[in-house]
Design a binder for this molecule. Structure first.
Ligand code: ADP
Ligand code: MN
Ligand code: MN
Ligand code: MN
Ligand code: MN
Length: 365
């Protein structure tokens, strides 16, 4: 069960750090951290350089490159992968005129890398632009100690059974709240459209919501929120797991429920468009599941507030269904629906892209 435990090497003396963060920074020198998805399709990498002018938009940040042979994205003999800046945020770690820029990755031949799902996502979003697709993403994750056991759990043992932890308060129920609140503030500062947060059913598992955001923006924002989360966890000397079933047994898994609507769904009698969408989703269940995250079969068991991965289902207020129509939406006859299938480790570009392709563009297998 236990791995050899890393020392808290990331947690150096924060008082010393403060002395240097407080140094005045010359005008016209901006530290810009480039962030990208690596060859795993799940992990982020980042590196920083100085720009001579404070960027105001991603277009002000020039392309860069990195050693793709060290990230599972290229051969050593042809190792350079390009970074294309696409979304700019304020850096909540170094403050001032410093920025974080989310990037897409391109091979030497200017084709998107294998794990760059944004390139196809943006095509779908542009094609469906007039339908105004919007997304609200519920990102769940589990805090882990450096030994790989959930943060705050008894060493070599388990906490009491699930029940009091969801939205719980108290030292033995809410495990790691300092990190959660730090992340919330950092997202707001950075310019990430975070909407809320709550403690989850499994102890040391948390959720935050990003959106509602239109089109490509939702996935861009979610990826940046993940970067901030990992960086803050680093400072606290803890780890973040996006695994959909981090602990086997009677412990809830972690998902990325994807709430979705188009303009017609939000307007009077939009419920009809919601039902049409559900029919289309039903016909492509297995195609969707393929891009909804690795190891999702361990989570979508039909237990712990999930539907079976093998069957599609939909229902009003039903948390055991693939698709849930919120009670209020059913009553008001308009609004949105929730796709409960995506795993916490999904790529939101792949998820939002296929939803738009199936629901808005009528794509079929
Ligand atoms: P629950 O935990 O009950 O599933 P949450 O409050 O965690 O619900 O998440 C619901 C999400 O639905 C919110 O984060 C919000 O962004 C999103 N949402 C609300 N209205 C819409 C809409 N019209 N279209 C898409 N998403 C929406
Ligand atoms: Mn080097
Ligand atoms: Mn939620
Ligand atoms: Mn949840
Ligand atoms: Mn939900």
């Amino acid at each position: 069960m236990m791995n050899p435990v890393f020392t808290n090497a990331a947690g150096m003396d924060k008082n010393v750090l403060q002395r240097y963060l407080a140094l005045p920074q010359p005008d016209g020198k901006s530290m810009v951290t480039y962030v990208w998805i690596d060859g795993t399709g799940e992990n982020l990498r980042a590196k920083t350089r100085t720009c001579d002018k404070e960027p105001k938009s991603p277009d002000d940040v020039s392309w860069w490159n990195f050693d793709g042979s060290s990230t599972g994205q290229a051969e050593g003999s042809n190792s350079e992968v390009y970074l294309k800046p696409i979304a700019l945020f304020n850096d909540p770690f170094t403050l001032g005129q410093n920025k974080v820029v989310l990037c897409e990755t391109y091979n030497f031949d200017m084709k998107p890398t294998v794990t760059n799902h944004r390139a196809k996502c943006i095509e779908a979003m542009l094609a469906a632009k007039d339908q105004h697709p919007i997304f609200g993403l519920e990102q769940e994750y589990t805090l882990m100690d450096r030994d790989g056991w959930p943060f705050g759990w008894p060493k070599g043992g388990y906490p009491q059974p699930q029940g009091p932890f969801y939205c719980g308060i108290g030292a033995c129920l809410a495990l790691g709240r300092d990190l959660v609140e730090s992340h919330y503030k950092a997202c707001l500062y950075a310019g990430v459209n975070i909407r809320g947060t709550n403690a989850e059913v499994m102890p040391a598992q948390w959720e935050y919501q990003v959106g509602p955001s239109e089109g490509i923006d939702a996935a861009d924002q979610l990826w940046m929120s993940r970067y901030l989360l990992q960086r803050i966890a680093e400072e606290f000397g803890t780890q973040v797991s996006f695994h959909p079933k981090p602990i086997a047994g009677d412990w809830n898994g972690a998902g990325c429920h994807t709430n979705f609507s188009t303009l017609v769904m939000r307007e009077p009698n939009g419920i009809n468009a919601i039902h049409t969408a559900i029919e289309r989703l039903k016909a492509r269940h297995h195609t969707h599941i393929k891009v909804y995250g690795k190891d999702n079969e361990r989570r979508l068991t039909g237990r712990h507030e999930t539907a079976s991965i093998h069957e599609f289902s939909a229902g009003v207020a039903n948390r055991g269904a693939s698709i849930r129509i919120p009670r209020q939406v059913d009553e008001e006859k308009c609004g949105y629906f929730e796709d409960r299938r995506p795993a916490s480790n999904c790529d939101p570009y792949a998820v939002t892209s296929i939803i738009v392709r199936t629901v808005c563009l009528g794509e079929q297998d």
